[in-house]
Design a protein around this ligand. Structure first.
Ligand code: CA
Ligand code: CA
Ligand code: CA
Ligand code: CA
Length: 398
């Protein structure tokens, strides 16, 4: 009895392992429509990126090993075999004598070599391969067709004696933080600090590639005050003016990573919009407000079957109109009358009809403080009022 159980268990295990290899099983990993409208992707590479390729034949001298690539979709075998390439990035040359095979049912590509060089790093490139429906590989997995080389599927690995650090990069650098970024500062000589998620080429972290422009269109000269492998700080040469919005632009194509030699050139370019490499990487754009005066914010509460709007500062009452301040219940808009108290910081909204269900309230970004600042109504106020997302919405919670 025990033995039968064991055999059954082993059988189940084997069947379990083979599940993806068996074309008769329905594979729930397949995208809807079996790829006709979806871009195929690489779902797994063995060895994983920047990992070691292990000798699978210890009896034979040298390194014998196979790279396995699994696809999300059924691939066009011919395009794979023509376009699978492995480069020795340590030596800067392509690897020849690769045995390439593709299992169409399992959607797996096998690349074998019987004499991988020790102490080297490699890059696998699948450039412009297609699925059976002619859709190109989405190597950077952003759901868009970016063309080759931007959508080449890449994976790096190394052999015994080498290290992950020696592997070339397969993803471009990105911004980690920008200070100040869409916020209000009350400093007319504010430093501009930019940090990156990867090691950067510091010769590209220069003022030529970063610009600061006031809302009047005037350029402010930046001086680099400090630089590290991952960050750069600039200070404006002239003082900023209160009440001005300043735009920061980072020229993506000129801001580059310092990656190991033989990393593809396009991988070095800043991925400003965080969607992978592309032919025309947009520049990174942000802004901040230089001002000592804060934008007003509002909170709403339900008090004795009326709505109470509390502003954090004195308001311009001419802007507190029935167009700008609205109340709703389950049945829709609730007409009402408004009473303003507490030194123009409080507005009580009394309903002109019976109400039903939970309340909602709306305050337009057009309302202004007594100082003339527009509402900063976003969920987490950023210190700048009147932005497109600064209308304030409140939903009564139960
Ligand atoms: Ca061996
Ligand atoms: Ca893509
Ligand atoms: Ca991009
Ligand atoms: Ca805002």
């Amino acid at each position: 009895m025990k033995r039968i159980f064991l055999i059954t268990a082993i059988l189940l295990l084997v069947v379990g392992c083979q599940k993806n290899e068996n074309p008769l099983n329905i594979d729930t990993n397949l995208p809807l429509g079996t790829g006709a409208g979806n871009l195929p992707t690489v779902i797994n590479t063995d060895p994983s990126n920047a990992c070691q390729l292990i000798d699978d034949d210890p009896e034979t001298p040298g390194i014998q090993a196979t790279i396995t690539v699994s696809f999300s979709n059924y691939m066009d075998e011919a395009t794979i075999k023509e376009n699978a390439r492995v480069a020795n990035t340590t030596r800067g040359e392509d690897v020849s004598n690769l045995a390439i095979s593709y299992n169409p049912d399992a959607r797996k590509l096998y690349i074998r070599h019987t004499d991988w060089s020790e102490n080297n790093a490699y890059l696998l490139t699948l450039a412009g391969i297609k699925n059976k429906w002619g859709k190109p590989i989405d190597g950077n997995k952003n759901g868009k067709e970016d063309g080759t080389p931007y959508d080449d599927a890449l994976s790096s690995f190394y052999t015994a004696g080498s290290m992950p650090d020696s592997c070339v990069w397969i993803v471009p650098p990105r911004l980690a933080e920008l200070i100040p970024d869409t916020t209000r500062i009350a400093d007319t000589l504010s430093a501009i600090m930019v940090s990156f998620d990867s090691r950067m080429d510091t010769t590209t972290l220069i003022s030529d590639n970063f610009s600061l422009v006031s809302e009047t269109g005037a350029s402010i000269q930046l001086d680099r005050s400090s630089v590290t492998e991952n960050s750069v700080t600039f200070t404006p040469r002239s003082i900023l003016r209160f009440g001005n919005i300043y735009s920061i632009t980072i020229i993506s194509k000129d801001v580059k990573a310092k990656a190991p030699r033989n990393t593809p050139d396009y991988i070095l370019i800043l991925d400003a919009d965080v969607d992978g490499s592309e032919a025309d990487e947009p520049d990174y754009r942000s802004y901040f407000l230089c001002d000592t005066i804060s934008a007003p914010t509002v909170s709403v509460s339900n008090v004795n079957n009326s709505l109470r709007f509390d502003f954090d500062q004195n308001m311009d009452t001419a802007t507190l109109t029935i167009e700008n301040i609205r109340a709703f219940d389950q049945t829709g808009y609730i007409p009402g009358t408004m009473t303003i108290t507490n030194n123009n910081t409080r507005l009580d909204y009394y309903f002109s009809r019976p109400t039903q269900g939970a309340f909602q309230a709306f305050v337009s970004k057009e309302v202004k403080s007594a100082c003339g600042m527009m509402l900063d109504g976003q969920t987490t106020p950023n210190g700048i009022g009147g932005e497109p997302w600064d209308d304030f919405w409140w939903l009564q919670s139960n």
